[in-house]
Design a protein around this ligand. Structure first.
Ligand SMILES: [Zn+2]
Length: 464
């Protein structure tokens, strides 16, 4: 079955085929490790994880590379402002290297809690300086660079397809950039490949180069690393939609200028997380929630957030609210309870996945990762007439994509048989619209120490 993915480059859903048969090279832009990841950032990593799991589910081998930005990312995307790492170091009274190490570990812990599969290659920007310097050298030889008093810049006017990803209007950009433009830049879209350490001061992170002591521009690392580990023509590159206009546009320009070949065939971008009131979650907005302060501190399993993100398509903004998370918490609990019930029949029996529902599930996934529809298919399967043993096998097969750790549910948390009987009877009463019996059964369940919540997908029963 063909896998269709939305390609930001063509602005269309396209059938995906890897360059090398059976093997997909996947590059995902990683975190800048100067602070905790906020849950808006983490939404993007969950979307990328679903993409990777869907590729695996379709039978592809995947080589996944993720960078760790530990140098060179300034507070303004267009090479202005402070260095985020050095600012983080000053804020916390630590060295930039300590800050990088601390927040890298914190990020790795977050993705483990969200059951995001780790990349095959983690690579730090500071570990690929020779490759980044070599790439600047190639661009210089080909005439794409120029020197200003603060660095070596890429001349975007030399690269004719500069806006092929962003579809931006360059004239409007020039107008908009007049006010704060760096007067030495030839075009407002030009970007730094190498920045010099400021004269008379020593940075914590700086290196020698043929152009002088300094540090690489932020966009350079992703080009250098993806080509180092995946080759110079690649399959899928992902990131947040805020990367389209500057970061990914610049990656394409410098990579294709250097190699003369198309860089990645597919570019995929996850939409923002917005908080109530419509604001984008961003560190600069001061409204950022982390897994720690929004979930762990409130004793909510981070997988609730993973589950919540399945309910909005990755290309649509996802609204975050306490009510939304409470609903996702009940939704996940409900699925877990459903799985616990069928596990009784399923564990130890010969696994047999239901092909009809599996086909439907893959159709949903292969239609540009339509997780909301895949979740509906799951409920349809769980409520169908197929045997519990088959439901269980099918559910565990689906969990290769969902990543909800449904094979690790604690059966001790399953409902006792007496409660389960009442729950089944109440389910029947509700279907029959016999509300009197339903209310009576609810009281009986509650008398046994359980709480009953009615959700659109059915009943949730949890210990009080
Ligand atoms: Zn990147």
């Amino acid at each position: 079955m063909d896998l269709y993915l939305y390609n930001s480059l063509t602005r269309k859903k396209q059938a995906f085929t890897p360059i090398k048969s059976g093997m997909v090279g996947l590059y995902t832009c990683g975190p800048t490790v100067y602070n905790y990841a906020h849950i808006g950032n983490l939404r993007t990593y969950i979307f990328e994880d679903i993409l990777k799991r869907v590729l695996l589910y379709n039978g592809y081998a995947v080589k996944h590379v993720m960078n760790i930005t530990d140098v060179g990312h300034l507070t303004g995307d267009r090479d202005m402002g402070e260095d985020k790492m050095e600012a983080g170091a000053a804020r916390e009274g630590k060295s930039a290297w300590e800050i990088a190490e601390y927040y890298t570990q914190s990020f790795k812990k977050d993705i483990e809690l969200l059951n995001i599969l780790a990349p095959d290659v983690w690579v730090k920007a500071t570990d690929t300086l020779p490759e980044q310097i070599a790439l600047i050298g190639t661009l210089e030889e080909k005439g794409y660079t120029y020197r200003t008093s603060d660095g070596i810049y890429f001349d975007t006017a030399q690269f004719k397809d500069y806006t092929k990803l962003s579809h931006q209007d360059l004239e409007a950009l020039k107008e908009g950039a007049r006010v704060e433009r760096n007067p030495e830049k030839r075009n407002p879209t030009d970007f730094a490949l190498w920045k010099f350490s400021p004269p008379g001061s020593k940075r914590q992170m700086e290196w020698d180069s043929p152009w002088g002591v300094g540090f690489p521009g932020w966009h350079l690392e992703c080009s250098a690393m993806s080509m180092k580990f995946l080759g110079d023509q690649l399959d899928i590159h992902c990131g947040g939609s805020d990367h389209i206009d500057v970061h990914h546009t610049n990656e394409i320009a410098q990579s294709e200028a250097a190699t003369g070949k198309p860089f990645f065939n597919f570019w995929m971008h996850g939409a923002f997380l917005i908080i109530q009131g419509g604001k984008k979650m961003a560190k600069s907005e001061g409204n950022f929630l982390t897994l720690e302060n929004a979930f762990l501190k409130n004793d909510i399993n981070p997988l609730v957030y993973r589950f919540a993100s399945f309910l909005t398509h990755y290309r649509k903004p996802m609204e975050y609210s306490d009510e939304g998370i409470e609903a996702a918490r009940n939704g996940l609990l409900h699925v877990q309870n459903q799985v616990r019930q069928i596990a009784v029949a399923g564990i130890g029996s010969e696994p047999s996945v239901n092909t009809e529902f599996k086909t439907k599930f893959i159709q949903n996934l292969n239609d540009d990762l339509n997780m909301p529809r895949a979740m509906a298919t799951i409920q349809e399967m769980l409520k169908s007439k197929i045997s519990d043993a088959q439901k269980y096998s099918t559910m565990l097969d689906f969990d290769r994509v969902l990543g909800l750790r449904l094979d690790q549910l604690d059966q001790a948390e399953a409902l006792p048989e007496a409660v389960q009987k009442l729950v089944d009877a109440r389910q029947q009463a509700r279907q029959d619209k016999d509300f009197e019996t339903s209310d009576k059964l609810r009281a009986e369940i509650e008398a046994l120490g359980y709480q009953v919540q009615d959700t659109p997908d059915g009943m949730n029963v949890v210990k009080k």
